[in-house]
Design a protein. Structure first.
Length: 225
């Protein structure tokens, strides 16, 4: 199970201590330049530039990177072609389907050697494709709260996640206790980050694959929104 953190260099070192691999956006490699191996190279999905992304992947040789999101099935061939090019310089490429009008057709177009990406709902965006279309395929959970990621893992075959929501809560003295965010008994920004990571690890240690089918519960209940 791969876990990635995109944040400051000091936070990345805390994550690395507990088995999380460092990550960054392709537009900002400053905080990962001192690490021997980069786990995850993310993109700016709303202002994407393939040429700049490809240069960053060639330079860093990450384990995972993300191809351009597919918002329209007409763009699928281009995104998949770009993903194939990116795969020459990393171990795995995540392809993120988002055209809900052609959900199954789009997912069927994505070769099995790519990991499907599911954008966990946040105020910044979400995957609009129902989770039952991801059934059986390896999935990477992109962002979101750790409790929502864990809920989704009951229905999806999750092989990797990236998560930095707990760094935001840490600025308010809160940490993830394995179920919810609550005030840390001692406080301290990096203490909150470290204890959140420890508790997220403990929760994922129990994971052995999906146990339910998405049709069994309403999506809102699955996502705990």
């Amino acid at each position: 199970m791969y876990k990635f953190l995109n944040h400051s260099k000091r936070a990345l070192k805390v994550g690395l201590k507990h088995g999380w691999l460092p990550g960054a956006r392709y537009t900002n490699l400053r905080d990962v330049r001192d690490f021997i191996k980069i786990g995850f190279l993310d993109i700016t999905w709303n202002d994407y530039d393939f040429s700049t992304h490809l240069k960053a992947v060639k330079k860093t040789q990450p384990i995972f990177t993300v191809a351009q999101d597919i918002f329209n099935i007409q763009d699928a061939k281009l995104s998949i072609a770009q993903a194939k090019h990116l795969s020459d310089y990393c171990d795995k490429v995540i392809v993120v389907p988002k055209d809900h009008k052609h959900a199954q057709e789009l997912i069927d177009m994505i070769p099995n050697n790519f990991v499907l990406g599911y954008s966990v709902p946040t105020k910044y965006g979400k995957s609009s494709i129902p989770i039952e279309h991801f059934d059986g395929r390896p999935v990477h959970l992109l962002g979101g709260r750790p409790d929502v990621q864990l809920n989704l893992a009951r229905y999806l075959n999750v092989g990797s996640i990236d998560c930095n929501r707990f760094t935001l809560d840490a600025t308010f003295g809160d940490y993830y206790d394995g179920e919810i965010f609550r005030p840390h008994p001692k406080g301290g920004y990096f203490q909150c980050i470290e204890d959140s990571i420890i508790n997220i690890n403990t929760a994922w240690d129990k994971y052995s694959g999906p146990t339910c089918h998405p049709s069994e519960y309403p999506v809102q209940q699955v996502l705990n929104l």
